[in-house]
Design a protein around this ligand. Structure first.
Ligand code: BTN
Length: 267
């Protein structure tokens, strides 16, 4: 554990996180710009131990996919997990499936926590609660270190979207906003990490249950989906997600298989 520069955090029980999860190295900071930025820097250090966890109680400059920012305030959960895919025996061609796998793990952890909630996965990895985004996931490969993946997860927990910019209030939520309850951050983090370990095991074993889970949680089947994938926009009716993680859209010119891009809109 590395938290020498910080007072012992009141909000996290670091010893429990280390003893109850697969994490072998924990780096906690009371505040941090971005856990992914620090995770990417650490990955360039050949001595870094994976699986590792970069955790902060207050992230001030969170990044999202593309040019997006990740809004969070005190009470939110923001962390990055460093994994070495060779440890889980994963060829590089299957790295994109990690996004969906992480999304499934978060969905399953939330389903256990809030059984009455309507939990869904927006391909490839946004997690929704009651039709609003509650969790964002950013998976990055350090430029100098292709054998490490940095999996950033932001989950709105005890923070309220009431203090967020107006455009976010309409589309995002937190566990507290959705349920009226407060949650123990350490417990949720441990639940997510334990589920992540299990689902990464499924991924490395090519377990067919995994694709069934992402299909089960998918919010997009049967919906008209608009994708921005930088080269050209695609719109079509979602036919599902295949076993390799590709999004299948029926377009006027036939079925298109989408492997990257951002869902701008679905209805
Ligand atoms: C998205 O929705 O576009 C992804 C958001 C990812 C946010 C998390 S919070 C922890 C980690 N650190 C970051 O800077 N981003 C990710």
């Amino acid at each position: 554990m590395n938290s020498a520069d910080e007072a012992t955090p009141a909000v996290f029980d670091l010893a429990r996180i280390e003893s109850e999860t697969f994490i072998q190295f924990l780096d906690f900071h009371a505040t941090l710009d971005s856990t992914n930025d620090l995770g990417l820097q650490m990955a360039n250090d050949s001595l870094v131990v994976a699986p590792g966890l970069v955790l902060t109680a207050a992230q001030t400059g969170g990044r999202g996919r593309g040019a997006n920012r990740w809004w969070s305030t005190a009470g939110g959960l923001t962390f990055s997990v460093l994994i070495n895919p060779s440890v889980v025996d994963l060829p590089a061609a299957r790295h994109p499936q990690i996004s969906l796998t992480v999304g499934v793990a978060v969905c399953e952890a939330l389903r256990q926590l809030i059984p009455q909630g309507d939990i869904g996965l927006k391909w490839p990895n946004d997690v929704f609660l009651n039709d609003k985004k509650v969790c964002g996931i950013l998976v990055e490969v350090p430029p100098q270190r292709r054998d490490i993946l940095v999996i950033g997860i932001g989950l709105n927990v005890n923070n309220s979207l009431k203090s967020a910019p107006a455009e976010l209030q309409a589309t995002a939520t937190s566990l507290r906003d959705a349920t009226g309850q407060d949650f123990e951050l350490t417990n949720i983090l441990i639940d997510i990490l334990q589920m992540l370990e299990q689902r990464l095991d499924w991924l490395s074993a090519s377990d067919p249950q995994l694709a069934r889970r992402w299909e089960e949680f998918s919010l997009l089947r049967g919906k008209t989906v608009y994708i921005d994938n930088h080269q050209h926009d695609i719109a079509g009716i979602c036919q599902g997600i295949d076993e390799e993680g590709g999004l299948l859209l029926r377009t006027p010119s036939g079925i298109e298989r989408v492997t990257h891009g951002i869902v701008k809109h679905f209805q």
